[in-house]
Design a protein around this ligand. Sequence first.
Ligand code: PRP
Length: 220
Amino acid sequence: MSIRIALTKGRIEKKMVELLEQSGINCNKLRNKKRKLIINSNDGKYCFILAKGPDVITYLNTGTVDVGIVGSDILAEHNNEQCELLDLQSGKCQFVLASTAAFNFDRPGRKVIGTKYPAITQRYFESLGQDVEIVKIEGSVELAPLIGLADAIVDITETGTTLRENNLIVYDYLDKVSTRLVANRMALKQHTEEIFEFSDRLEKTVAANSSVQRQMEESK
Ligand code: PRP
């Protein structure tokens, strides 16, 4: 029987296809999937299910899938209840507090913060002892301070391009984010061997890539 793997669509998927191929898993079908959402690997060992990040959490929590590949941003926002097996050292980005140059962090009064991550934002401002109003936004969060919807945003940034091109400034750096491999607890008991075989394969590739990266940095 194949293990069911929920894979987050989009940026994570693209980077993961490379990592899976480096780990010796043929991804031709994943690369040419078009609009298909369920893809079986050629060797029949893996069944990939393409989903949005928050839905990967739902599938994991309901046991609909055995493992999930999802960002630590989504895991932190939804309070992960399952078993995190591996940091895949991919999809690296960081949470930031950002706004226009006109934003004054120390201004008294209740700030309005736009974000896709209300729980993380709440925890961050609670840690600062500040009571803020949070407006949940589904995408293009950078718009919020530009159109007067919010005083500032809490969002993830990878290259910094979106912030730069929209004249936004980083006021604080929060947690770092990377892609994680997570297993449903029950599935881990029932399919221990298959899940660890998959995890070990990926772990070896991640370790080899990190070692190459370190050598490149040292030779600079
Ligand atoms: C994320 C994030 C930023 C952008 C940052 O959005 O919310 O908008 O990436 O990336 P950068 O620092 O490399 O420019 P995403 O592209 O996932 O889509 P969204 O705006 O629809 O949420």
